[in-house]
Each structure stands twice: as structure tokens, then as C-alpha cells.
Design a protein around this ligand. Structure first.
Ligand SMILES: Cc1cc2nc3c(=O)[nH]c(=O)nc-3n(C[C@H](O)[C@H](O)[C@H](O)COP(=O)(O)O)c2cc1C
Length: 186
């Protein structure tokens, strides 16, 4: 059975650097035989978790664009997060979506556990520390540990203008290879 890969794109720039790398990962995953779906989060109405905790007894009750995303998250064998670094961590678009995974608590987060995860991070500053990308990576690693999930790979790079990722064949290759690993599974 072909594996399902879900890609969550966290940049408002639809053709920005993290999106270019995410698309390259999708190419790698498709070439390896996976079904891939990419979601451009900035185009969705995703409201913040309001901590009502009604999901403890079932599902999230906020009626917005997360509702169709929950079954996609649950059905995915692997999930790839792709985000620019904004203020030293994930973009708000991606963080809003991840916060809402709290809605899976009714079933002890089983629907988002035991998968393979990857992350792609792009930033304007020179390295992992000055950019703050290290904070997003720490969050990512902690999340994967909590969700008892494997880390398939972390791709990151210092990139400025939208489209700069096209000038970095090594990053494009890393993203492609990450897609292939997500498609292959453990
Ligand atoms: C609101 C905002 C906040 C940003 N914060 C950071 C930051 O904290 N660290 C950093 O290195 N770059 C920061 N940047 C630069 C972006 O991370 C960088 O341009 C990245 O390559 C954009 O990726 P994208 O093309 O996928 O949107 C910021 C850019 C914006 C617009």
C-alpha cells in the first residue's frame, strides 16, 4: 500500500523558500511511490485553540478549516512541516495548526502518534542559533518524542528573498531525499 504524506506549509509566501523545499520533498516522496497532499495553511481559516477542553470527550468543536484537516492528519503515515523562521521559531500559521492537534486528546493523541515526521525551516539570519531555528527544532524534537514518532529528517537553510532556495542545489537535494525517506517509512 502506498504511504500517505501530508505536507503543512507555514509560510504566507506561496512560492517562498520553505514552499520550494517542501515541493521538492513532495517530488522525492512521489518518486518513491507515496501519495502526497500539500496544505497551504495561510489560505485557511484556522482559529487558535481556546482551551475549552471539550475535545477531551470527543473532537474539536471549533468550526473552521481545521475540521477537514483532522482526518487528513489522522490518515497520514508521515507529516512534513515546512516553515519560515518567524521571530525565532515556527510561523504563527504553523503554530496555530499544531496547537489545534490538542483536539486529538480524546484518544490520547493516537491519531497523530507513531508516524514519521520531517521539518523544513528557512531563515534570514546566518545560522541555526542566530536565526532561532534551533528553537523550532527543539520544539519539533520534543513534539516527536511526545507523539512517539520517528524523525525522518530536518532540512534547514539560510535564505532571504522568495525563490532563493532555487539557487541552492544542496538544500533542494536534502529536501528531495527527506521526501523519499518519508515515503519509505521505517
Ligand atoms: C515576520 C517575519 C519574521 C522573521 N523572523 C526571522 C527570525 O526570527 N530569524 C530569521 O533568521 N529570519 C527571520 N525572518 C526571515 C525569514 O525567515 C526568511 O526570509 C525565510 O527564508 C522566509 O521563508 P519563506 O520564503 O518560506 O517565507 C523573518 C521574516 C518575517 C517576514
Amino acid at each position: 500500500m502506498n504511504r500517505n504524506i501530508l505536507i503543512l506549509k507555514g509560510s504566507p509566501r506561496e512560492k517562498g523558500n520553505s514552499a520550494i523545499l517542501a515541493d521538492r520533498a513532495a517530488d522525492g516522496a512521489r518518486q518513491a511511490g507515496a501519495n502526497v497532499e500539500s496544505v497551504y495553511l495561510h489560505g485557511l481559516d484556522i482559529r487558535p485553540c481556546d482551551a475549552c477542553d471539550l475535545c477531551a470527550g470527543g473532537v474539536c468543536v471549533i468550526e473552521d478549516d481545521m475540521l477537514p484537516l483532522y482526518p487528513k492528519l489522522a490518515a497520514a503515515d508521515a507529516i512534513l512541516l515546512a516553515s519560515p523562521v518567524y521571530w525565532f521559531t515556527y510561523s504563527a500559521q504553523l503554530k496555530l495548526c499544531i496547537d489545534r492537534w490538542y483536539g486529538f486528546q480524546g484518544n490520547r493523541w493516537r491519531e497523530v502518534s507513531g508516524k514519521e515526521f520531517g521539518v523544513i525551516l528557512t531563515y534570514g539570519d546566518t545560522d541555526l542559533y542566530t536565526s532561532g531555528a534551533i528553537n523550532a527544532i527543539h520544539t519539533f524534537e520534543t513534539m516527536c518524542r511526545f507523539l512517539k514518532s520517528e524523525i525522518a529528517g530536518i532540512v534547514h537553510g539560510s535564505l532571504g528573498d522568495a525563490g532563493d532556495a532555487e539557487k541552492h542545489p544542496e538544500l533542494l537535494q536534502q529536501a528531495f531525499d527527506l521526501g523519499k525517506r518519508l515515503a519509505a517509512g521505517k
